[in-house]
Design a protein around this ligand. Structure first.
Ligand code: DOR
Ligand code: ZN
Length: 354
């Protein structure tokens, strides 16, 4: 048995308010605990998006009633809300800016809209960017101009990780995260039988083996592992216009522990990138008496049917992994044990509560 701190996932799409047929605060936080994650930061591209005081209250009320692990809620940068989000920054996990297309309506096309947010955002959380390739380079230029800490979400390309390496070396306040699917998968997904092309849809897209190799070779530049847990139901993924996104909370730790057992990653690196670094970058509180116990010798196949997420599928169906979450203790309480979530809805705490 190995003992780990409670993991922090800084990139989760909870889907509540608005799309609870995909996931809600209850099922997302059950999936988190089953995956050894005791704290999640929830993205703002819900319906409605979380972009002002009243929508922030809406999300936090749902979380307070239903969350089983600890949480923070992002605010989303819109075309006209820089003043409003800055005013409520202390209650938010961080500010999310979408510079490239994805699921939802929060994209900021005009750079003058970025200026307002970079001018005003006060922290404590960083500005987190969905910014791919050359948009990422533009975001780094803004970080330097405004001396603002930025965190680049879901880095997937060789060119991105190499540019971030250079920016860090030259003193730009940039950190970044990588998702397991960009470390392990190339398109199209072929692992399970009957997979439709819709299952492979995710933003950023799955990249090439060369990109994957570059991420592994530049592990020292990667600050955090984040799931970008983006649940959509199986019928949506297999239907017309499949929405982009993969669930990830319940596969993060088994995949990373397997990489540890294969010597591709050390346990120290895992804990650094899934606990210490997210805690520092997002200025998150300590969770006292919080531990995750994993059986590092348990070999098995990943099965969506055994998972807590409402979405009902995983891009890693049937993958052989080594390492199973046995027990999770959160703030002194046993909240998960041998497949069962024991924390009640509402046990989770807002990490930004005063
Ligand atoms: O694939 C994705 N799905 N990428 C994103 O950036 C958003 C996410 C979602 O919300 O479904
Ligand atoms: Zn996302």
């Amino acid at each position: 048995m190995i003992e780990l701190p409670g993991l922090i996932d800084p990139h989760v799409h909870v889907r509540e308010p608005g799309q609870t047929h995909k996931e809600d605060w209850d099922t997302a936080t059950q999936a988190a605990l089953a995956g050894g994650v005791t704290m999640i930061l929830a993205m703002p591209n819900t319906k409605p998006p979380i972009f002002d005081e009243s929508t922030l209250n809406l999300a936090l009320e749902a979380a307070r009633a239903k969350a089983r692990c600890d949480y923070g809620q992002y605010l989303g940068a819109g075309p006209a809300n820089a003043l409003e989000v800055a005013r409520h920054a202390r209650r938010a996990a961080a500010l999310k800016m979408y510079l490239d297309s994805t699921f939802g309506e929060l994209r900021l096309d005009d750079m003058t809209l970025w200026l307002e947010h970079f001018r005003r955002w006060p922290g404590p959380g960083p500005i987190v960017l969905h910014a791919e390739s050359r948009s990422m380079a533009a975001a780094l230029a803004f970080a330097q101009m405004f001396d603002q800490p930025v965190h680049i979400a879901h880095v997937s390309l060789r060119e991105e990780i190499l540019v971030i390496r250079e920016a860090k070396a030259r003193g730009v306040k940039v950190t970044c995260e990588v998702c397991p699917h960009h470390l392990f998968l190339t398109a199209p997904l072929t692992c399970a039988e009957g997979v439709t092309p819709g299952r492979s849809e995710v933003r950023p897209r799955l990249a090439t083996q060369d990109d994957i190799n570059a991420l592994w070779e530049n592990l020292d530049v990667i600050d955090c592992f984040a799931t970008d847990h983006a649940p959509h139901t199986l019928s949506e993924k297999d239907g017309e216009n499949p929405p982009p996104g993969f669930p990830g909370l319940e596969t993060l730790l088994p995949l990373l522990l397997t990489a540890v057992s294969e010597g591709r990653l050390t346990l120290e690196q895992l804990v650094q990138k899934a606990y210490h670094n997210p805690r520092r970058i997002f200025a998150l509180p300590e969770q006292p008496e919080t531990r995750v116990f994993v059986d590092e010798t348990d070999e098995y196949e990943l099965r969506a049917a055994e998972m807590k997420s409402r979405c009902g599928w995983t891009p890693f169906e049937g993958w052989r992994v080594k390492g199973r979450v046995r027990k999770v203790i959160l703030r002194g309480q046993t909240v998960f044990q041998d497949g069962s979530v024991l924390a009640a809805p509402g046990f989770g705490r807002d990490v930004r509560a005063a």
